[in-house]
Design a protein around this ligand. Structure first.
Ligand SMILES: Nc1ncnc2c1ncn2[C@@H]1O[C@H](COP(=O)(O)OP(=O)(O)OP(=O)(O)O)[C@@H](O)[C@H]1O
Ligand SMILES: [Mg+2]
Length: 526
């Protein structure tokens, strides 16, 4: 019993001596000497401990941005840590409203790559405790440590780390909830909640499966998108920014907006729906572009209506007239309001937006324009290179109808199909109209009723088209008649005018000659 007590006493005094020596060493030993000793200690450690450690801190650079590598590693380890670690931390991802489990500090998980064993651990670097400070307390910094044998240095640093980052990014993308953004008016860009874009979770049911169009054309678009998404290196090689422009054109209700939604879902991209009319000028347009992320579709719908370039030119002409109103305060205020309302985005601003120097930022972007009137657009805007692929979405033909019939009625064939095929070949009906008629309107409505309703609707559309064509032909004939009459009238007037002119000329000539004669006679008489 005594021996035990003595042992504790001597242990205690030994500890006290060590503490004393350590404090003396830290406070009074010359700094240079301490550095030398630490170096020697490290060498000795690496001699007996052949492992290498790499540290991945949570924040990098100026400390504001969360390191992308850290986030990717967190996601990558997620799958291992939930199986191995005993204490997990639940993070709600801001943009996802989804829970991600990661290992708690001081936990360790193992991983294997090409039969090499590695260890990942999570740690926290606590800030020095401050008794009192006017500044907010610094937060603890988390970091991951990767440990592996030094003989695998090459393979781990060159291949394994890339594998981890790629996998992590892929998991992030697949778990990410996509967003639909729309631009705010610039008055809302400043102050407490500075946001150029407002967003909601993007949930649109349209996919390439539900999109009714010719299968060959659809496949071509899908292949184009896949090629684009895999061409990062290729674009870098040819020196082009990694983006692609699509122009979707066609009559209303042919699926342009549905195709954009399908593209976004297929590519797992965010959608930035840009409302050009609320963009004040080209600088604002550029700022908006810079504020978009990668993996995004930037959409400008109805481009022909959004940017009234001819209107803007006319406005310039009106300017001179407006100068007169400067002195009238009411008119001046009205004019200011008008100016505020109208967008000053110009064609060149828009062209710059698409392929100027700024457009290369962020990478992996699709720019999509839609229009009902492709012929109205300026050729510079839609030339290849800006709008790389022009896709026409047109009226519903039989191939597209079959997709709709399958989606809406779950049928692939029916005895009314051949009749519908024939009718669709000669009548222009939009997919939106076909879809509307195929949708059951009451419980128990089967395929027969829906298809018959569609046939009636196509017949009606055909009749409407015939009447419209007749009406148009009538109007055209009337217009031609009016023009012809006008022309005739003008010619008649011209003829009349020239007759009057010639008689006037003879008259003046006669008067002149008479005058001359009188003069001559006068001369002779005198
Ligand atoms: N090709 C299509 N495939 C499937 N559904 C379609 C198709 N085209 C139109 N629709 C249906 O019609 C509705 C309207 O289509 P959408 O909004 O895509 O037309 P749009 O071409 O964008 O028209 P607009 O030019 O007026 O904007 C969609 O909600 C969809 O249900
Ligand atoms: Mg649309």
């Amino acid at each position: 019993m005594m021996a035990m007590g003595e042992m504790w006493a001597s242990l205690g005094s030994a500890m006290a001596s060590i503490m004393f020596v350590w404090t003396m060493y830290q406070n009074y030993f010359p700094y240079e000497l301490r550095v030398q000793i630490r170096r020697f200690g490290e060498k000795l450690r690496s001699f007996v401990y052949p492992y290498i450690q790499i540290i991945f801190p949570e924040y990098q650079g100026d400390g504001f941005e969360r390191s992308r590598a850290f986030v990717a590693i967190e996601r990558y380890l997620d799958k291992n840590s939930t199986k191995q670690a005993k204490r997990l931390r639940a993070n709600v991802i801001q943009d996802c409203e989804q829970i991600v489990l990661s290992m708690q500090e001081a936990e360790e998980v193992t991983d294997e790559y090409e039969r090499i064993k590695l260890w990942w651990s999570s740690s926290k670097h606590a800030p020095p405790t401050q008794s009192f400070s006017i500044y907010p307390r610094e937060e603890a910094k988390r970091y991951f440590t990767l440990t592996f044998h030094k003989k695998h240095r090459e393979i781990i640093t060159k291949m394994y780390l890339k594998h981890v980052l790629d996998q992590g990014k892929a998991i992030t993308v697949s778990q990410r909830q996509r967003k639909l953004y729309t631009n705010n008016k610039s008055e809302g860009w400043y102050g407490y909640r500075r946001t150029m874009w407002s967003s909601v979770v993007f949930e649109h049911p349209s996919t390439f499966d539900t999109l009714a169009m010719e299968p060959k054309k659809k496949q071509e678009i899908i292949d184009d998108l896949i090629t684009f998404s895999k061409s990062k290196d290729y674009y870098a090689k040819i020196g082009k920014a990694w983006k692609r422009g699509y122009l979707l054109y066609g009559p209303p209700g042919t699926g342009k907006s549905s195709m954009i939604a399908a593209m976004a879902t297929f590519m797992k991209y965010d959608v930035y729906d840009l409302e050009l009319t609320s963009v004040k000028d080209n600088t604002e347009l550029r700022k908006l572009l810079i504020d978009t992320s990668g993996k995004a579709i930037i959409v400008i719908e109805d481009i022909d209506c959004s940017l009234d370039l001819t209107g803007q030119r006319e406005k310039k002409k009106e300017k001179n007239e407006d100068e007169k109103d400067e002195n009238d305060p009411v008119k001046k205020k009205m004019k200011n309001m008008e100016e505020k309302k109208s967008s000053q985005v110009t064609l060149s601003g828009l062209l710059n937006f698409i392929d100027g120097l700024w457009s290369a930022l962020g990478g992996e972007k699709l720019i999509v324009f839609t229009t009902n009137f492709v012929e109205k657009l300026d050729p510079a805007l839609i030339r290849r290179g800006r709008m790389d692929k022009h896709i026409e979405l047109s009226y519903c033909r039989f191939e597209a109808f079959k997709v709709l019939a399958k989606n809406y009625l779950d049928i692939e064939s029916h005895n009314l199909f051949s009749e519908i095929e024939h009718m669709l070949e000669e009548t222009n009906v939009t997919p939106a109209d076909v879809a509307e008629n195929l949708m059951p309107k009451a419980a128990g409505e089967g395929a027969d009723i829906c298809l018959e309703r569609l046939i009636k609707a196509i017949e009606q559309a055909k009749e409407d088209a015939r009447l419209k064509a007749e009406e148009e032909a009538k109007l055209k004939a009337e217009e031609e008649e009016r023009l012809r009459a006008e022309k005739e009238e003008k010619e008649k007037q011209k003829e009349g005018d020239s007759e009057v002119k010639s008689s006037e000329e003879t008259l003046t000539k006669g008067v002149k000659e008479n005058g001359e004669e009188v003069k001559e006679k006068g001369k002779v008489a005198s």
